[in-house]
Design a protein around this ligand. Sequence first.
Ligand code: BGC
Length: 532
Amino acid sequence: MKKEFSDCYDLVVYQIYPRSFKDSNGDGIGDINGILSKLDYLKDLGVNAIWLCPIFKSPQCDNGYDISDYRDIDPIYGTMADFDRLLTVAHEKGIKVIMDFVANHTSSEHEWFRRARSSKSDPYHDYYYWADKPLNDWRSEFGGSAWEYNEPTGEYYLHCFAVGQPDVNWNNPKVREEFKSIVDFWVKKGVDGFRCDVLDHISKDFEKGLRRNGPHLHEYIREVFGRDHLLNLYTVGEAETTEESILATCGQDRRELKSVFQFSHLMVGRKGRYTPVPCRMDEVKDILEGWERFTEERDLLYVLLTDNHDRPWFLSRTGNDRELRYECATCVATMVYLLRGVPFIYEGQEIGCANSHFDDLTAFNDVECLGYYEENKDKESEEKLLAEINFGSRDNSRRPFAWDGSPNHGFTTAAAPWLPYASRSDEINLEADLASEKSIWRYYRDLLALRRERVAFRQGSCRQLQPSKKDCYVYLREYEGERFLVVCNFEREQRFTGLPEGRLLLSNLKRRAGANGVYAPYECAVYDLTNR
Ligand code: BGC
């Protein structure tokens, strides 16, 4: 594997949802100086890169994924000077900074769009997609038609997401130049990588009805990221995840992206966004193992994750966020983060955050779930819709981080945060976690230390062992004579026999389950088999 790819295995990325991480100025909204004040916290956890969800100037109709100025910081988060300081201090502490790159759409408040919509002859008009009448019946991801009428030109514009997020026309070479120069602006400042939002949407084919994965996708990605001075950046795309498209996007000779997120295992336990179905950990395991094999055999980087700002908590989907919260959170982390790939931890995972329950829609802010409510309120009962939204809303994982058990949870000094705290924040907060014998945070720290200290977990091969059990994931990591065994048991107590014997390195129940071979539900352990 080329060095610029294999180096990525050393990364441990922590995703920050800036609004909800830490507020430094008492306005109830997290900000850059808040993040700065928590860099040591992240370092102690064992993180060496942070990905910041968008902090650029934005009217915030989709919490920053609607950008009105790509070269400026939104005042709710601070100033460019604050960002520069964050970047410098993060680098001093050995933490890389990855920015969100939102290129499929701008805000409708962006100068390009303001001008584009003003007249057909404006030079910016062709920066967006226009039609005299809707070209198709596409729906916006957030509800309603994907075409919006624009009075001044008498045309419709395309918005695959909110009305305030018009899709940009990447077929226009000027648009591509603009985005190249935006990337260069941030690279010049010293940022280390980009997470590329809905990147597969940047090429469309209206005739074939493709709103993503159009014919020029790879050409456009290469045009931006394949430039020589960018080859050392870490890039991760949100894009289609078929085997074919992953190979096309992440192959080492493609000069496109280093990696692409795989979300298929995160659909286990739900149908669509809002309907729960039983969550089978075996199914999750099989999907992970499938991608692990696929990526290892083709020398591709895999991305290891269970959570992000677009989904309710994985832990809650497993049904184990009460009695077995510690066991399940630590077992899942072990299973996922010792695989071969790049770990992404979403803020709050390290303290075992779980879904909330609210009886009132005013406790929600997410444009997606509110759009879902609007579309369905005349068809479904209020009760059903609220239950669905409590289960599936992205707000579950967007609620302010609870640093402690005080009324404002150490997040802000404001009377109320921008979005109500998670309903279990009195129970699930960092302070309570650290005070507990069963600290998820300390387990994460030890797990990440293991990954950092033993090269086999980063660079080694990964091979599943079949211990003739169902409901478990057992694998070997090997590198130049070092060998480690990872055993993750799922729902049921099970006796494991015939596993290789080794020295216990880590166990969430702090015991050698192997003594009589019986593993409790969600017990996991890591053994050193080197020289055995
Ligand atoms: C982001 C979402 C956002 C959408 C539109 C995504 O995939 O992660 O949070 O709403 O793109 O930008």
